[in-house]
Ligand binder design. Sequence first.
Ligand code: C2E
Ligand code: CA
Ligand code: CA
Ligand code: CA
Length: 283
Amino acid sequence: AKELGKSRFKVFNRKMHDQALQLMELETDLRRAVDLREFEVVYQPIVELATRRVCGFEALVRWRHPEHGIIGPGDFISLAEDTGLIYAIDNLVLEEACAQVRRWQTLVGVTDGGELTVNINISGKHFGQSMLAGQISRALDDSGLSADALNIEITESALMDNPNVAEDILQQLKDLGVHICIDDFGTGYSSLSYLQRFPIDVVKVDRSFIVAVDTDQDSQAIVRTVFSLGESMGLKIVAEGVETSGQLEFLEREGCRFVQGYFFYKPMSVADVDHLLEGQRRV
Ligand code: C2E
Ligand code: CA
Ligand code: CA
Ligand code: CA
């Protein structure tokens, strides 16, 4: 029995060893990826329901790994946060997406600089850093994008982990003129008090509430409540992860104005968005 235990321990140990090696290799790769800019940004359209038009995009990062192919953010963002590489990655996405959306504004001939918008995800870890406002300001200057067209997406927990720091940083961002968007609304903090405390402009209702909204009465009640709360507070509400016509019917009936999800569009490459916008020229 003793022998068996020992060999089991060895096997277990080797597995842990392999996992640690894999993680180290991934970290080395990720560092190199930042240096070589191995990232691609894809864009998921946000649709205005009244017109069925694309009114903006969420920028979503992809890692083009030389051996493993395309890696989604779910597989590297937490490592990027642990290693501090997230600052560079978020910043890369920010710069590229601002420049890209400015290009698309020109392509469709918008007359108001805030007309075609872009949403950028900022990690909670990055959000707490004093350099953020400077980076956003530079990305706006370099791209010529109007601050009005930029929505900064953060999660509830990013705000509530350190509310005093968050308050300072949000004020800096508001001074720049960008909009603040709460991502994954309803999944994080159990209190709504932060909606009152912080200068929030947009709320994205998490996909987990949308998924059963055509059948489940509790989901319906939650989404209805968020809509009426949002309306009375003057917030813009976006429904995330809309996949079916049943979900869409409920949302339209409840007066939802903006949706994002596979029902209309998946995240798209720059070339695919170019084609899409060709059909939406304003002039
Ligand atoms: P998120 O911010 O909640 O982004 C929405 C995610 O839901 C995206 O996954 C999108 O592809 C997916 N999605 C959109 N519509 C649907 C739908 O109808 N059905 C389903 N099942 N999924 C849908 P993605 O691109 O894999 O991103 C995952 C997460 O990674 C994001 O969640 C965000 O938290 C993070 N992320 C992505 N890009 C960045 C970035 O540049 N910086 C940071 N810090 N995080 C990022
Ligand atoms: Ca997001
Ligand atoms: Ca989300
Ligand atoms: Ca999320």
